[in-house]
Design a binder for this molecule. Structure first.
Ligand SMILES: Cc1ncc(COP(=O)(O)O)c(C=O)c1O
Length: 405
């Protein structure tokens, strides 16, 4: 019988309000890089280990007991992800992938040729949107339009620009946590013009899943590793969009029948997601992700704390005249640069004090480096495990560095 090693763990990170879910983290570590990947609560780690130790079987194929246990839990993970997105099984299904980047490529490049005449994206996108939108336009000999986003995240568009378009944007920026305030209206206008809306929700699922519930998106892409789960991706996709795919990335699991020269793909019903899941899946990862989504649903108090920590961080950074904040408003993701100290050097100084932040352009080179011509930035991104003590430690360390250089 597998047993969690919870009891053997250390006392937890600084700050008395810290939950025991992250008690394994060394007390002096200050992890501020959730936008890359979050820490995992103990229950997620336990769920994965439990799978490997207790019922390590393949899902979707076998009749023996371990396999049926896997099938039940995989089904539950799909249900929890639909629930998190506020979508109904009748209209949407959930497919598992490697990560957000893989999911975007998988769907975009399998859309039937000629179905859309343009791809529309925005300036503040991660490379995982920027690059597939470029390759799609190139391969389809179609137009690619890059729209501007306002300081409040709103997408500036003319309805005619949405005509027969694939609109592919993030639902939260990984630079400054900006969210597209007008995304609900954008979905309506896009559909009215015969287009579809694809959302890169890699950050949105972790920090702002509530917003997605009201949005009539055609597909939303997420990464488990950014929302307290294992390294795995998923797609919440409309069944009607599955019908508009011309799948060529196929193999075991995606078919109902195969003859010498022909095959029939799984396209509808309970197993419709399978057309996006070629080959054996990361079963342990899927079960861990299901546990992460369940855990997220119990974290209302931590979500409120994350909100107040974001305000505390923003206010603390604003006090320094040498700090140039990229954010216009507090958010769980904050970026800035400092007069006289290169961001990479700053990240190294912080690291010496066990403070872990990202430095650079965060895969948004097109916008930050080339369009705005900014120097590399330092990014602080919060998670539900962060405490007031972490923010105080970070602000205190920054103050000392600023006074020394
Ligand atoms: C907004 C956004 N989109 C996409 C990605 C890519 O995610 P992944 O590397 O999990 O595919 C990231 C990763 O940082 C991101 O922040």
């Amino acid at each position: 019988m597998f047993r969690s090693n919870k009891s053997a763990l250390a006392n937890g990170v600084p700050g008395s309000e810290h939950s025991s879910d992250f008690a394994y983290v060394e007390p002096f570590s200050c992890y501020l890089d959730s936008a890359c990947q979050t820490l995992r609560p103990q229950c997620v780690i336990d769920a994965e280990i439990e799978y490997y130790c207790e019922y390590n079987a393949c899902g979707g194929r076998v009749k023996y007991k371990w396999g049926t246990m896997v099938d039940g839990k995989v089904q539950e993970a799909r249900r929890l992800l639909l629930q998190l997105s506020g979508k109904r099984e009748k209209e949407y299904c959930v497919a598992f992938t490697l990560n957000t980047t893989y999911g975007i490529n998988l769907v975009l490049h399998q859309i039937k040729a000629g179905a859309f005449s343009r791809i529309v994206t925005s300036d503040i996108e991660h490379n995982s949107v920027m690059l597939p939108s470029m390759t799609w336009a190139k391969r389809q000999h179609a137009e690619r339009l890059v729209l501007q986003r306002g300081d409040d995240g709103s997408v500036y568009y003319k309805p005619s620009e949405l005509e027969r378009s694939i609109v592919l944007i993030n639902s939260m920026s990984n630079i400054d946590g900006r969210v597209p305030q007008n995304v609900k209206q954008l979905a309506e206008k896009t559909h009215a013009q015969g287009g579809i809306l694809l959302l890169d929700a890699a950050q949105g699922f972790a920090h702002d899943a509530e917003r997605l519930r009201d949005v009539d998106f055609d597909a939303a892409f997420g990464s488990g590793h950014k929302m307290y789960g294992p390294s795995i991706g998923f797609i919440v996709i409309k069944r009607s969009l599955l019908d508009r795919l011309d799948p060529f990335f196929i193999g075991g699991g995606t078919v109902t029948d195969v003859e010498q020269e022909n095959y029939s793909l799984l396209r509808s019903g309970e197993e419709a997601h399978a057309v996006l899941e070629a080959g054996l899946q990361n079963w342990g990862g899927i079960l861990g992700l299901g546990e992460a989504v369940r855990w997220l649903g119990t974290q209302q108090a931590a979500k409120e704390r994350e909100h107040s920590l974001a305000e505390m961080l923003f206010a603390g950074l604003k006090k320094h005249s040498r700090v140039h904040l990229f954010n216009r408003a507090p958010a769980p993701i904050v970026s800035f640069h400092v007069d006289g100290i290169d961001a990479h050097r700053l990240a190294l100084y912080l690291s010496e004090q066990n403070i872990m932040c990202r430095s650079g352009y965060f895969c948004c080179h097109s916008y930050l480096q080339h369009q705005l011509q900014l120097p590399p930035l330092l990014r602080v991104s919060l998670g539900l495990y962060n405490t007031q003590a972490h923010i105080e430690k970070f602000l205190d360390a920054l103050k000392k560095i600023l006074s020394a250089f």
